[in-house]
Unconditional design. Structure first.
Lengths: 113, 114
């Protein structure tokens, strides 16, 4: 069964600190993995996308890693800011036909001053 | 703005009423998705269109739900005889075809059923 699991479910960190969010998946056949940031009451916005051959990709203070062998990904946020408070969703795309996107339940991040 | 738009942004309705939401995708995108999201959860797939054809529907899409994309452009999602359990954020996303296409999400429609 194609599934995407994220941990932790929620996280509270102090402003300026780093954090790492985890995503484990069983989606097959794998096409790519994307991390989204979703502010409260808004639609998700893409942060990074990673294909099978990519191990790491950065977007500013966000760095995503992918281990396609263990089917794990992480999103590392450096020097967190209050505006990083949001839900972070891991989405894995399969190469099968039809609906190809499998969503994690998200990690809710709260950055406090 | 050339992104995905959704209307209305918020809808409050009484139980038993019908509601209809609209999604306008990015103009060159032929794929359109509807999702439902409740508080603290990730988006749950409802249905998917390629052009005007509805190719897949989730079991979450009960008989009270119907979606259309009549001309392969905008889409509507109708909920008949709303129930309190229908209260959620309804997200629309669009994507182009090809091997590297990604989904672009609209801002969502927040439905509250009282």
């Amino acid at each position: 069964k194609n599934q995407v699991e994220q941990s932790p479910q929620s996280l509270i960190i102090l402003e300026g600190k780093n954090c790492t969010l985890q995503c484990n998946y069983t989606v097959s056949p794998f096409s790519n993995l994307r991390w989204y940031k979703q502010d409260t009451g808004r639609g998700p916005v893409s942060l990074t996308i990673m294909t099978f051959s990519e191990n790491t990709k950065s977007n500013g203070r966000y760095t995503a890693t992918l281990d396609a062998d263990t089917k794990q990904s992480s999103l590392h946020i450096t020097a967190s800011q209050l505006s990083d408070s949001a839900s972070y969703i891991c989405v894995v795309r399969a190469t099968n036909t039809g609906n190809q996107f499998y969503f994690g339940t998200g990690t809710s991040l709260t950055v406090i001053p | 703005d050339t992104g995905v738009s959704q209307n209305p942004r918020h809808k409050i309705t009484k139980r038993g009423q019908n509601v209809t939401f609209r999604c306008d995708p990015i103009s060159e995108h032929n794929r359109l998705y509807w999702y439902r999201q409740t508080l603290g959860q990730g988006p749950e797939f409802l249905t998917y269109f390629q052009n005007e054809a509805q190719l897949e529907k989730s079991r979450l899409l009960s008989d009270r739900f119907s979606a259309e994309r009549p001309k392969g452009s905008f889409s509507t999602l109708e909920i008949q005889r709303t129930e309190q359990g229908d209260s959620a954020m309804y997200l629309c996303a669009s994507a182009s075809g090809g091997s590297s296409y990604e989904q672009y999400f609209g801002p969502g429609t927040r439905l509250t059923v009282t």
